[in-house]
Design a binder for this molecule. Structure first.
Ligand code: HAM
Length: 418
């Protein structure tokens, strides 16, 4: 028999209470907010045909070349665990022939085989929105604003919004040529990866973390210097609208994003408290992606946010010492049935309730109540049953008093409030 491994795989995390509950609250905040902007939930598979990611994230992206979890299934198919939400959403929109324009949001795990470090995991949660079929720069600005507002609603203050544009099919080739020429002249300064990037996708060199490469691209031609008039106008309108919305942003000419599908607007939310992996979320416009999937020419723009990184920087609300949970305690076996019924009554009324069926003694049941961090115990003994009352014990203060059976739900609710 193989030995059970007692540790989780590298780069994965357990979320145990109360962190699991905090994570759920972050997700719920996101869902509520996405819905208030008109987005509806889409749920796509956790794995896709490998080609879905190759076609979209791009064969020159680090994600596809180095980080994808790609494997053959037992039917010899090449499959990839979801590395990001966007490609699956686009695939699903086309496959299900959704009517456009449509606004979709998602919440789910993603997998990337990176070197684990603070804020970088091999399994992580992403929440994101995609607006498909919307071409207006006002949608770009609204989405950028959405992300910022989400962080703000979680109490995150030290978040900078960086924006850039990388142009379109019209203007990108001219920039690419200029950049290629510039990089070829500095070929010997670049790392081995970047030397290859000059030919495949020179824009990627802007993403390289190697210090020599960063220095080499300091004065490199930027996409913004080569924009066609349409891209120029589009970007100006995005910026005007961000200002109108009162959102402070930073221009980052070197922001190109690590995925191949972007066109025009790109943006990222940066938090200095994250360290090296400082991007809380990011996104941009991808006006050619749907076409590349075989669909009709359709614009698209979206953002995705990392749950773990968000939780790392979001201030934790002070955890209440006790949970809104009532523990029903029985004195003798004769009251077990009544305890069970009372617990069900509380639950029907929306109050969390629990009974310890195992502990034979009241002391053991109180111990369980304490371990569960219940706010109160409701004690049922033969005497209470006969008189139609319960003893309600506040576990925070230790005080105990009798309450009439008919009023127990209201009394427990009132107790939860202080
Ligand atoms: P991304 O920048 O690759 O964009 O990922 C978005 C966010 O996911 C990151 O900012 C980060 O918070 C989180 N994230 C990424 N990798 C990891 C990791 N290894 N560990 C923890 N968190 C991570 C996208 O995925 C695009 N699909 C965004 C988008 C949506 N563009 C248009 N629509």
């Amino acid at each position: 028999m193989s030995e059970l491994k007692q540790s989780r795989p590298k780069g994965t995390q357990d979320f145990v209470p109360p962190e699991s509950e905090r994570r759920r609250r972050v997700e719920e905040t996101f869902r509520r907010m996405a819905e208030t902007y008109g987005y509806r939930e889409i749920i796509t598979p956790t794995f896709e045909h490998a080609a879905v990611f190759e076609k979209s994230s791009g064969v020159t992206s680090d994600i596809v070349t180095k980080e994808n979890y790609t494997f053959k299934d037992r039917g010899d198919r090449d499959l990839t665990l979801r590395a990001e939400g966007t490609p699956g959403v686009v695939r699903a929109v086309l496959e299900n022939q959704l009517r456009l324009p449509c606004r979709l949001y998602y919440v789910g795990p993603c997998f990337r085989y990176g070197r684990p470090q603070k804020g970088r995991f091999r399994e992580f949660g992403q929440v994101g929105i995609e607006a498909l079929g919307e071409a207006s720069p006002l949608t770009d600005a609204e989405i950028i604003f959405f992300g910022y507002a989400f962080f703000e609603s979680l109490g995150i203050r030290d978040c900078t919004t960086q924006v850039n544009t990388i142009g379109c099919r019209e203007c990108r080739p001219t920039h690419r040529d200029a950049l290629r020429k510039y990089l070829l002249e500095r070929n010997e300064l670049l790392c081995a990866d970047c030397k290859l990037r000059i030919d495949r996708n020179p824009l990627r060199v802007f993403d390289c973390k190697v210090e020599a490469c960063r220095q080499a691209v300091k004065d490199a031609p930027t996409p913004r210097q080569y924009l066609c008039p349409a891209c120029q106008t589009h970007f100006e309108q995005v910026l005007v609208d961000l200002t109108r919305r009162g959102l402070r942003y930073e221009m980052n000419d070197r922001l190109v994003r690590g995925l191949d599908y972007y066109s025009r607007t790109v943006f990222e939310y940066i938090s200095p408290s994250l360290g090296a992996q400082d991007s809380l979320g990011g996104g941009g416009r991808y006006d050619y992606l749907i076409e590349e999937f075989g669909g009709p020419p359709t614009p698209g723009v979206g953002v995705a946010i990392g749950l773990e990184r968000t939780m790392l920087v979001a201030p934790a609300a002070p955890a209440p010492a006790r949970r809104h949970l009532a523990f029903v305690v029985w004195l003798t076996e004769a009251e077990i049935g009544a305890a069970e019924q009372l617990a069900d009554r509380l639950r029907s009324d929306g109050i969390a309730a629990q009974v310890d069926y195992d502990a034979r003694k009241i002391k053991g049941q109180f111990k369980s109540a304490d371990a569960a961090q219940a706010a109160c115990c409701i004690i049922i003994g033969p005497d209470e049953l006969a008189r139609g009352v319960y003893s309600l014990k506040d576990l925070a203060t230790g005080t105990q008093r009798e309450v009439p059976s008919a009023a127990v739900c209201a009394e427990v609710r009132a107790l939860f409030q202080h």
